[in-house]
Design a binder for this molecule. Structure first.
Ligand code: IVH
Length: 696
């Protein structure tokens, strides 16, 4: 039936439209489920398309019919200016690794010893090489999707995740079987076949190709414009519940997977139960065999203790659960020809050699470049241009050249490689200090170093200027647009010239200028990190920011003041003062300030009279009202120390829910344990309330 938009009365039209929209949604949802989750399509593409077009037209004509869970919402929302931060109510943790049977046996034995059990049933899952996502559903409707981020805080990518067909916008099943609030977790990935297609398109459009499907998935998920994400065929497998509110959780991991599947979340079909080490090893062997035939990357098998009550007893060690482990496949190797050895100059002048290879597929990814580490490594392994070499790639790691495959088959004229003794960019003689494996160009005005610095300045962990990536960071200095960092903030004066550049175009130029403008409001700590001052990482940049409040403050800091900062040692203190003793660097700071790039950190000084001043805390477990990092920041802002492990010197352990080994250790060492409300009281009023029965 086709919807008749000429119904006689407006009310009648709306009624018909509502019925038809509901029907179309149900049909499309069912078709999606059959296609994406059950792999048994019922509608062909044209039939599916016709329904979608009709629903789109209906919603266009009656916007009040649009619902957030309508399948039309998968086509993407308008661009958003960035992603909001999401604090994960339950942190998203990582997994420990083992690499062989002995390692696995040892892990299983530790778990059983901890539980004082003879055996514990397990579930084996493929370890999907993608990105973890946490998706919250409220009364069955998708509310928010967040990336893992650092595990505590991720990015809100809801608009983009809505475009992924295998992610239900609405959970299926009888309402009484759907928890009022539930967070589903899993791995999003880009199928290998789609990855190749995407790269072919990108190369044709002269956009840099993605190095592997995982990066492509991450890039696709982090598109600011979700209509762009909608064009990328991302896919997802679910493997856990983050949390459930208002309903009972299943009692085992296996049952959790069944429940998720019933709600319309796809689980990976390979998943299997195992009761013994032998069964797990057989499953791993099988995963190794099927690996090549899968259309997605896996880098191992995840083994989980099935019972959720045993899982909660086992708890965590650091960021890794004791109840799960990743068995990683060995690095994949391949043989190819080392065509040439090149040398890159890094931001701090370090010369890193890399190998240009005859492209070869390793672990499903085409590799044409690999790192050679440093000068000494080349000499030790005697790598020469023209050699047949063995290369390897393990998961995320940059491909490496392992060894020469057949030294005896070298042609007679093969010569040992001579590492350049001059910088390939500026020609300055290089130096290698005795205690360092690194060869450096020490010319502060070296163009290659500046290009790298610019790229770092704009990178995500620094000022996050989208559009100022590797290529533009090379082009701008080479074409005379920027010769120091401050020039970045003068680029808007040269918009017309920028428009003349090849491959730039109006949108790109304006987006770049907009992103530069936006970077002015980044916090001082990010700016300090972005400047690429030797020895200043993102953490020390935060300390400097909080202590000195402004660029001028940091510029004029004395070595003595620097040394007084907890965490800053003599080496960093002197490199920093050295850096600011160079006239050009002082000038750079002045120029930035003059150009209006002068963020101020007005976090209040730790008050010396708060009783938390100088007191050492460890925060563990899940807190209800704040994340652990918030608690730690609170401690630091009052002059206390927040450390990671419990020792005799720890004054208080703040224990949230599911506090594991740290709680045990604190009890063993007689460290005072306080709960979250006692902690809050301490922070607010400077006193820890006494709990009569348990706390004396
Ligand atoms: S469970 C606390 N299961 O691996 C345990 N993770 O190395 C949380 N991953 O961040 C993870 N496939 O992104 C789990 N079947 C699977 C997985 C899986 C891939 C990823 C996930 C996680 C990372 C940890």
């Amino acid at each position: 039936m086709q919807f008749d938009s000429d119904a006689s009365t407006p009310e009648g039209a709306l009624e018909d439209a509502t019925t038809r929209a509901t029907q179309l949604r149900a049909e499309i949802n069912r078709a999606n489920r059959l296609y994406y989750i059950e792999d048994a399509p019922e509608l062909d593409d044209a039939e599916w398309d016709a329904r979608m077009q009709e629903l789109l037209a209906l919603e266009e004509a009656h916007p009040e019919l649009k619902t957030p869970d309508s399948p039309t919402q998968r086509v993407g929302a308008p661009p958003s200016p960035g992603f909001d931060e999401v604090v994960h109510p339950v942190p998203m943790l990582s997994l420990g690794n083992v690499f062989d049977e002995d390692g696995f046996r040892a892990w299983y034995k530790r778990a059983l010893d901890f539980l004082e059990l003879e055996s514990a049933p397990m579930v084996c899952e493929l370890k999907i090489d993608g990105l973890a996502l946490a998706i919250t559903y409220r009364v069955g409707v998708m509310e928010r999707a967040a990336t893992r981020g650092d595990g505590e805080r991720g990015e809100d990518v809801t608009a983009n995740v809505r475009t992924i067909r295998s992610v239900p916008l609405k959970l299926e099943g009888p309402p009484e079987e759907i928890p009022p609030v539930v967070e589903l977790r899993g791995e999003v990935f880009l199928p290998n076949s789609k990855f190749s297609e995407l790269n072919i398109e990108r190369e044709a459009a002269e956009i840099p190709a993605y190095v592997n499907p995982r990066n492509a998935a991450s890039g696709s998920l982090r598109q600011l414009d979700s209509t762009e994400t909608a064009k990328r065929p991302l896919d997802m497998f679910f493997y856990a519940l983050g949390y459930v509110e208002g309903a009972e959780s299943p009692s085992s991991h296996w049952d959790t997977l069944q429940a998720i599947n019933k709600w319309g979340g796809r689980k990976n079909e390979w998943t299997r139960k195992a009761n013994t080490v032998e069964e797990v090893m057989a499953a791993i062997a099988n995963a190794g065999e099927v690996r090549e035939s899968l259309d997605y990357g896996i880098d191992g098998v995840v083994i989980k203790i099935d019972s959720l009550s045993l899982q909660s007893r086992l708890g965590f060690v650091g960021r890794d659960p004791r109840w799960a482990i990743a068995y990683k496949f060995p690095a994949e190797q391949a043989e190819t020809t080392l065509k040439a050895i090149h040398v890159n100059v890094g931001r701090t002048g370090a010369l890193t050699p890399w190998a240009e290879l005859e492209p070869v597929i390793v672990g499903g990814v085409t590799v044409g470049r690999a790192t050679l580490h440093n000068k000494d490594e080349i000499a030790r392994k005697d790598f020469r241009e023209g050699d047949r070499v063995v290369i390897q790639r393990a998961g995320d790691v940059i491909p490496q050249v392992v060894e020469v495959a057949a030294k005896n088959q070298r042609p007679d004229d093969s010569q040992p490689y001579e590492f350049p003794d001059a910088c390939p960019s500026c020609g300055t003689e290089t130096v290698q200090t005795e205690d360092e494996a690194v060869t450096r160009c020490v010319n502060g005005a070296c163009p290659a170093q500046f290009e790298r610095l610019l790229e770092h300045f704009a990178s995500r962990g620094a000022l996050d200027i989208e559009g100022l990536g590797e290529r533009v960071s090379q082009d701008l200095p080479r074409l005379g647009f920027v010769s120091n960092i401050a020039d970045v903030y003068r680029l808007h004066e040269r918009r017309e010239d920028l428009l003349e550049l090849e491959k730039m175009g109006e949108t790109r130029v304006d987006n770049l200028l907009k992103a530069i403008e936006a970077s002015r409001s980044q916090p001082l700590s990010k700016l300090l990190f972005a400047l690429g001052i030797p020895g200043i990482g993102s953490e020390s940049a935060e300390w400097l920011s909080r202590r000195f409040h402004s660029l001028t403050g940091v510029k004029d800091a004395t070595e003595e003041e620097l040394l007084a900062i907890d965490g800053i040692g003599p080496i960093v203190a002197s490199t920093l003062t050295d850096y600011f003793s160079v006239e050009q660097n002082r000038q750079l700071v002045d120029d930035l300030i003059e150009l209006g790039v002068n963020p101020i950190d007005d976090t209040p000084e730790p008050s010396a009279d708060h009783p938390a001043n100088g007191v050492t805390f460890v925060v563990t477990g899940r807190l209800e009202t704040m994340s652990r990092s918030e608690a730690q920041n609170r401690i630091k802002s009052l002059g206390g120390k927040a450390t990671g492990s419990v020792t005799k010197k720890t004054n208080y352990l703040v224990a949230g829910a599911e506090a594991g080994s740290k709680l045990e250790k604190a009890q063993r060492l007689d460290v005072r344990v306080i709960n979250e409300s006692m902690f809050i009281a301490f922070m607010e009023y400077g006193e820890v309330p006494v709990r009569p029965e348990t706390d004396s």
